[in-house]
Design a protein around this ligand. Sequence first.
Ligand SMILES: O=P(O)(O)OC[C@H]1O[C@H](O[C@H]2O[C@H](CO)[C@@H](O)[C@H](O)[C@H]2O)[C@H](O)[C@@H](O)[C@@H]1O
Ligand SMILES: O=c1ccn([C@@H]2O[C@H](COP(=O)(O)OP(=O)(O)O)[C@@H](O)[C@H]2O)c(=O)[nH]1
Length: 726
Amino acid sequence: MAGRMIIVSNRLPVTVTKREGKFFFNPSAGGLATGLGSFYRETGGVWLGWPGISLESARGHEEDIITKLGELSCKPVFLSKRLIEKYYYGFSNKTLWPLFHYFLQYAVFDQKFWESYRRANRLFCEAVLEVAEPDSTIWVHDYQLLLLPQMLREKLPQATIGFFLHIPFPSYEIFRVLPWREEILKGLLGADLIGFHTYDYVRHFISSVRRILGFEHSLGIITTEDRVLRVDAFPMGIDYEKFAYAPEKKEVRQEIKRIKRRTGNRKVILSVDRLDYTKGIAERLKAYDQFLEKYPSYKEKVVLILVAVPSRTRVEHYMLLKKEVDELIGRINGRHGAFGWTPVWYLYRSLPFHTLAALYHIADVALVTPFRDGMNLIAKEYVATTSADHGMLVLSEMAGAASELGEAIIINPYNFSQMIEALREALEMAPEEKSLRNYLMKNRLRRYNVNRWAHEFMEKLYEIKEAQQAFVATNITKELLKEIKENFDKAAERIEFLDYDGTLVNFAGRPEAARPDEDLLNLLRKLTEIPKNEVVLISGRDKDTLEAWFGNIPLNLVAEHGVWIKEARGEWQMIEAISLDWKEAIRPVMENFADITPGAFIEEKDYALVWHYRKADPELSAQRARELKEALFDITQNLDLMVLEGNKVIEVKPVNINKGRAAKYFLEKKNFDFILAVGDDWTDEDLFEVMPEHAYTIKVGFGVSRARYRAKNPQEVRKILKTLVT
Ligand SMILES: O=P(O)(O)OC[C@H]1O[C@H](O[C@H]2O[C@H](CO)[C@@H](O)[C@H](O)[C@H]2O)[C@H](O)[C@@H](O)[C@@H]1O
Ligand SMILES: O=c1ccn([C@@H]2O[C@H](COP(=O)(O)OP(=O)(O)O)[C@@H](O)[C@H]2O)c(=O)[nH]1
C-alpha cells in the first residue's frame, strides 16, 4: 500500500460547531462516523470530509480549524452555505436518501440539486488530489459521494479505489426512477470494489447496472467497457469489546446506578435513533400506545425511554416528524400517565457514550423498528452491551442488521399487531431463552466486528486490484499504428482476417440490422485494391447474408465460422462435408426456450443453430441461457457437436468447425509476411490461436484474450484499416 490510506466521507468523524464566536469539536453522530472511527485510528490514515460547519462560518479561522482537525488526522473539505443547502440537504437528503429508502413520495428531483451534487463531488475530488499519490488507496463512503470514484479514476487511473454504501441500494424498479441514474452508476463504477451491507443490496445494484448500462456480471465481477471491478456484501460490524465491557467501566456503572434510581422496578423499553422518518419512530410510539391500551396491566410497570438524536433539521420531512413525535409523546403521556409515572421519557439530543451504554445495559427490551435501514448499528450495540439473560431485541426485518441477528424477535414494521405482540413477548421472555438467543448473536458480533469488516473489505480490494492485471493488454498507440503501417507497406504478401459483428460494426438489436454502411464498404473495397493483399472477412453469419452484403467486392468470405468459404472472385464451397442430422434433436429444445423467453429467437444457419437473447429481459434471459446450456450439454454429449456461448447468443455447431481451421486454409496457401487478425468474441480466439508469432492480433473490447493488442471499438478498428489504405 502506497502512502497513507485516504478515507473520504461526507461527514468527518468530528463535527465543528460555532457558538458565540467559539469553535467546538465534537464526535459526529450516526453509524458511519462511530463505526469507521475505530478502524481508521488503527490505520494511521487521513480522513477527508465536511466538518459540519459552512465556509462562511469558518471564514477567517480556516487555518485554526485545519490545524486542530489535522491533529486528529482529519482534513476538512469546506463547503459554502449554498452548496450545503443544495448538495447535502438537497440532492443527498431530499433526493437520494428518500429514494434509496423506498420513500419515493418524499423524493425531490431538481436539476439545481443535481448540479450542486456534482460540484460538491468535484470539490471532494480536488481535496483528495491534494493528498493522494498516483497509487494511493482511497476508500470512499456513502450516498453523498456516488460520483467521486469515477472522478478520482479519471485523475488517478492507477489508484486503488474502494467504495462502500451505508444505506440500502433499492430495487431496480425504484432506482430506475432517478433521472440521473446512468451518471450515478457510472460514477460508482470508477471504483475497484463496491461494498454493500447485505447481499440483497448487491443483487439490486448489479441488476440496475445490467439493465441500465448493459454491463454483465459473473460471480460478483462486473465487466465494463474497459475494466473489471468487484461487488460484494460486507455487513458492517461494531467495536464489540467496547460495548461488551462498557458496563464494567466506572463512568458507565455510575450512570447505570443513577438511571436505575429513577426507573426503579419498572421494566425499561429503549428506543434510540437519529430523528429520521426511515426509522419508524412515530409508528413505534403508536404501537406502544396501543400496547398499553391492549395490556393495561403493564401500566406503571414499564417505561419507554425514547432517545431521538437531532438530524437534518432543515429538511421539511424531518421538521414534520419532530412535530409529530412531540405531539404523540404528549398524547401518550397525557392519556396513560399517572402521578409518579410518565410512560415515555423523551430525550431529544445526542448522548455521550457512557449514558448510551448505561441505557443499553439497563433496557429489558430494545425496539428497533425502522421501515428501511442500511444496517442499524444501534441493534448490534444493544445486543453487545446487554447481559445475555436480561435484554431482548425486537428488530425490523427491513434493517440490514436483520440478516445477522435472526435470533432477535423479528417483525414487519408495517404490521402493527405483530409489533405489539413482539413487545409483550420480549417483556415476558424467560431468561434462559434470552440467554440462548443472545449468546448466538453476541458470538457472531464478536467474530465479525468492525475491524474484521474493514480488513475484509481491504483484502478484497487488493485482491481485485491484482486480478485486474490479467485483463491488461496493450492499447493501440500512435507508435504501434505507425509500425503496423510500415510493416504492411514493405511486406511482399499480406493478409487481413477481419471478423464482422462487434469488430467492423457495432451490435444491433437484430442481426439483420447490423448492415455495413457505405464508409465500411468503401474501406473494404480500397483494401482489396491493394496489390498482394488478401482480405478475409471471417464471420459466424450465414453465407447468403455475406453474399448479399459483400458479394460484389473481391473479398475472401468465410461464413458460419468456417463451414463455407468463398475465395475472392470464386464460388462458395465447403472445406469438408458435414452432417445435418443433429439439427432435429436441437431445434425443438431451442424453440421451447425461445417460447418461454419473450424477445429470444432462433437463427438457423446451414450448419449451426443459434439462440439469440439480446432483446430479451436481461435477468430472465441470463437464467434461461444457463438452463438452455445445461440442457444442450446433456443432449450433445454423445454427438460431435459443441455448445458455444457468444455475445448474447448460444450456438450449437459441429465440433470440427471453427475460425481457426478456416484461417489455416488461407495461411497455408502462401508465405504471408504481414498478417493482421481482428475479432471481438470467443469465436475469434480460435483465429488468434492459429496465428504465427509475427501476426498482429487485436481483440476488440475488454476481456481476457490470446490477442496481443486491444482496440476499444469498431471505430478504432476502422481507423487502423484506414491507415493501411492511405
Ligand atoms: O451525516 P448525517 O446526515 O448527520 O447522517 C448520519 C449518518 O447516517 C447514515 O448512516 C448509515 O450508516 C450506518 C453505518 O453503516 C448504517 O448502520 C445506517 O443504517 C445508515 O443509515 C448515513 O448513511 C451516513 O452517511 C450519515 O453520516
Ligand atoms: O445519542 C446517541 C445516539 C446514537 N449514537 C450512535 O449513532 C450511531 C447510529 O448508527 P445507526 O447505524 O444505528 O444509524 P444511522 O444514524 O447511521 O442511520 C450508533 O453507532 C450510536 O452509537 C450516538 O453516538 N449518540
